[in-house]
Each structure stands twice: as structure tokens, then as C-alpha cells.
Design a protein around this ligand. Structure first.
Ligand code: ATP
Length: 321
């Protein structure tokens, strides 16, 4: 491998810049040329490709977002565009690519590998919904942002003796809800994996706790369940407790990455380049049992991931007040 490209794809996540920086600097120090590709696979097809050097990635490790921009590119799901992407890589001398993104992006990476371009995926998503890894870039920052927001909501919820429903991101996965629910001492944590629409149980619990003097209630609701405003109305009517819904939304995707996100993203970006230098392709970097590891992309995509069973087990006890 002589020249590698790097792109970010799918939803952005704080720490992606740290990963880009690590790819560029590890590449250069291993004697490679490094090219940046803007806006994911869409930018590849538009040949929005530029040379990167140590200076182009200075002063970015602390910033959220991605200096390479990101996009979704539906065309890339079709083989003619995957072939075209591989041809564009060859035209620009790119013989290896690091794709920073989620499962969808790894599918795209794998297609490029099938068309002769060595590819390595790096897990970048705030949702932690990638099965082969215990860590994804941006999750740590996102949960800290959400936790701080919930702490603030609790202050006002307490003053007004309200019930607050806080909807956190995570798409169809409940990891952000589980972690932020535990960290903020939420009374109820509703995750896609474990909540099956039994709102009456929540109503009963709120009524029970009101009777023993509890004045405010925080319900952390996962994005995959959604419907927070509707839920708030139902709870307010049934309990008589003023209930407000807050959807935290995209603030969870922004902000300066935490120390953990900077360090882990740096390690994963560097590991991806080392794998390319070893001639590997169609692999994805992961973090498992205290080590940075790599898996075949297809094997990684076929793995299942549920909520951490022990964390879920303890929440049942910790949320009982
Ligand atoms: P996030 O978890 O943040 O949404 P993601 O990488 O899973 O990230 P997607 O929108 O699913 O986000 O995928 C990003 C891009 O990857 C798509 O817009 C498309 O360009 C490419 N992609 C997704 N699925 C495929 C596929 N089956 N084949 C080829 N390319 C794909």
C-alpha cells in the first residue's frame, strides 16, 4: 500500500476528527501518502479528494463533528456505483481506504474491498450499536452530554414537582438510554429491547411513589420507542402529575469529545492504518475485553448485540424508589 484514503460516513460522532488525525499521522509516519475524501461515499463518487498532511489535521483532536464532512449516499448500494468508486480510487492512486462510520458504512467498505480496494472500517457512531465492539467513537461524549442535560432537567422538574420524559438518541438500540438512565438516577429507563408498550405499569409506579412522597420523576426514553410527547399526555391525564417531554436530539452528536473518545478514536485510527500496512482488507477495528482487535467485516455484521445484561439487571434494583 502506497496511498490511502480516509472518509467519514453515516451519522457524525464526536471523536471522528481524532480518528482522522490518527489515520493521517500514522499513515505519514509509515511512509504513505494520505488523501482525504469529503462527504463519505458521495464525495468519493464526485471525486472530492484532496491531499492531507500533518498540518491539515492539527488542532482538530479536540473538536466535534468531522472535518471531512459526512453524508448518506444511497447510490452506493448499487454495484455500478461501487465499481465506479473503486475505479475512482485507482485513478487517484488510492489502494487502501479507512472508512469511519457505522454498520451501513461497513457494508459500503466491504463492497469496495470486493472491487479490489483494501478497506478497513472504524466504528464511528454515538449509538454503540455495532456488535463486534464494546466501544464506538462518540458514545462516551454523547452519554456525558445527555447525562448533563438530564441533570439540568431534574433540577427544574424537582422545583415544579413534575414528571419529565427525556428522549435520548440511539436509533433502534437502547445503550444511550441505559447508560444515561443509570448515570442520572432516572426512575424509569425505557429501552427498545425491554419496553413493550406497558405504559400502565409506569403510571402505577408514579402513583405508588407519589403516595410515599416522591415529588418528581425522570423517565429516560430511547429514540427507538419515541412518542415521548404522546406518552407525557397519557401519563399526565392518568396520574394528574404535570408531565413534560424533552427530546434531546442532535445536541448529543456534537461537542468536544471526551478524553476517552479522543484516545480510543486515536487508537482505532492508528490500528486501521497498521492493518492496511500489513496488507489486510475487509476488516473492521473493534475493542473487546481490554484490547483493540479486528474482525472480518461480514463476520462483524452478522454478530448480535443486546444491552449489557448486568447493567440491565442492576437498573431494575436501582430505579426502584
Ligand atoms: P449511523 O449508525 O451513524 O447511521 P451508518 O454507517 O450505519 O452510520 P448508513 O446511513 O446506514 O449509516 O450508511 C452510510 C452509507 O453507507 C450509506 O449512505 C451508503 O452510502 C453506504 N451503505 C450503506 N449500506 C450499504 C450497502 N448495503 N452497500 C453499499 N453501501 C452501503
Amino acid at each position: 500500500v502506497k496511498t490511502i484514503g480516509v472518509l467519514t460516513s453515516g451519522g457524525d460522532a464526536p471523536g471522528m476528527n481524532a480518528a482522522i488525525r490518527a489515520v493521517v499521522r500514522t499513515g505519514i509516519s509509515n511512509g504513505l501518502n494520505v488523501k482525504g475524501i469529503r462527504r463519505g461515499f458521495a464525495g468519493l463518487l464526485e471525486e472530492d479528494i484532496f491531499d492531507m498532511n500533518n498540518l491539515t489535521v492539527s488542532d482538530i483532536i479536540q473538536t466535534g463533528g468531522t472535518i471531512l464532512y459526512t453524508a448518506r449516499c444511497l447510490e452506493f448500494k448499487h454495484e455500478e456505483y461501487q465499481k465506479k468508486g473503486a475505479e475512482i480510487c485507482r485513478k487517484h492512486g488510492i489502494d487502501g481506504i479507512v472508512v469511519i462510520g457505522g454498520d451501513g458504512s461497513f457494508n459500503g467498505a466491504s463492497k469496495l474491498a470486493q472491487h479490489g480496494i483494501n478497506t478497513i472500517g472504524v466504528p464511528g457512531t454515538i449509538d454503540l450499536d455495532i456488535a463486534c465492539t464494546e466501544y464506538t467513537i462518540g458514545f462516551d461524549t454523547a452519554i456525558n452530554t445527555a447525562m448533563e442535560a438530564i441533570d439540568k432537567l431534574r433540577d427544574t422538574s424537582e422545583s415544579h414537582e413534575r414528571c419529565s420524559i427525556v428522549e435520548v438518541m440511539g436509533r433502534t438500540a437502547g445503550h444511550i438510554a441505559l447508560w444515561t438512565g443509570i448515570a442520572s438516577g432516572a426512575e424509569y429507563i425505557l429501552t427498545t429491547e425491554e419496553y413493550h408498550g406497558d405504559i400502565q405499569r409506569i403510571i402505577n409506579k408514579i402513583q405508588d411513589r407519589r403516595r410515599i412522597g416522591k415529588k418528581n420523576h425522570i423517565i429516560v426514553n430511547a429514540e427507538g420507542i419515541g412518542n415521548s410527547a404522546e406518552m407525557a399526555k397519557v401519563i399526565e391525564i392518568a396520574t394528574g402529575v404535570e408531565t413534560r417531554a424533552t427530546v434531546l436530539g442532535h445536541i448529543q452528536r456534537g461537542g468536544n469529545p471526551t478524553c476517552k473518545d479522543r484516545v480510543f478514536a486515536s487508537a482505532m485510527g492508528a490500528k486501521a492504518v497498521e492493518l492496511l500496512c500489513e496488507g489486510k482488507s475487509n476488516r473492521v477495528v473493534g475493542y473487546k475485553e481490554g484490547e483493540f482487535v479486528d474482525f472480518d467485516i461480514q463476520e462483524a455484521l452478522a454478530m448480535d448485540k443486546g444491552l449489557d445484561p448486568f447493567l440491565w439487571h442492576i437498573t431494575k434494583k436501582l430505579t426502584t424508589r
